[in-house]
Write a protein that binds this ligand. Structure first.
Ligand SMILES: Cc1cc2nc3c(=O)[nH]c(=O)nc-3n(C[C@H](O)[C@H](O)[C@H](O)COP(=O)(O)O)c2cc1C
Length: 189
């Protein structure tokens, strides 16, 4: 697939067909993640691959709790209609973990987010590769990490960048418009 087509054609997918993601496809997705840049090439990421329905159900439960909490706090009305059912429907969930200690030298200069930045680049690579393979996915973060950690077995020294839900799209996703990027020349005014 042409690079521009991949970048502009990728959409978040929240409705999946039941067909599994093959081991070959999974290898390809993880290789795309691994080619992301990272500070000092420290490659701070790892993933938990989830296909077990009981484990997906437990993950959805944590997401439903977050949704209920936001609603109880008077959160935006769309939250009432938002269903994280795709956490159970998607054939493959990849929980993406990173080691915040692997953030390069930025830690000395008040740049504590190097490992997360690298991992985010990796997730985007993975989503683009999924799109090129005819798969689709959504990067999901609508949960309390403190509640999700024990479900996924993430130790306290690692962080969770999100859960990427993957599979074959059941229908086309809406195209959400983008604003032109504000550009300043030489320095901000
Ligand atoms: C860091 C991050 C967190 C996100 N968390 C969620 C989420 O919790 N639930 C969800 O449905 N989509 C989530 N998304 C997807 C965005 O809603 C989506 O990318 C955005 O609306 C633009 O749509 P598009 O990806 O189809 O172009 C997240 C995206 C990013 C980058």
């Amino acid at each position: 697939m042409d690079l521009w087509e991949a970048i502009s054609g990728r959409r978040s997918v929240r409705d999946f067909l039941p067909d599994p993601v093959s081991e070959d496809e999974l290898r390809h997705l993880l290789e795309a993640l691994a080619w992301a840049p990272s500070p000092l090439n420290q490659q701070p990421w790892s993933v938990v691959a989830i296909t077990d329905p009981a484990q997906k159900k437990a993950i959805r439960q944590v997401a439903e709790e977050a949704r209920a909490l936001v609603l109880s706090l008077g959160g935006p009305s769309w939250v009432g209609k938002y269903s994280p059912a795709f956490l159970e429907q998607a054939p493959l969930l990849l929980a993406v973990i990173y080691d915040p200690a692997k953030g390069g030298l930025g830690i000395n200069f008040n740049q504590p987010h190097g490992a997360l930045a690298a991992t985010a680049a990796g997730v985007q690579n993975l989503l683009l590769a999924a799109h090129a393979l005819g798969l689709g996915g959504v990067w999901f973060t609508f949960f309390d990490p403190a509640r999700m950690r024990p479900v996924l077995g993430v130790p306290e020294w690692l962080e969770l960048a999100g859960i990427v839900c993957l599979g074959r799209p059941a229908k086309p996703s809406p195209v959400l418009p983008r604003k032109p990027v504000t550009v300043h020349r030489q320095r901000m005014a």
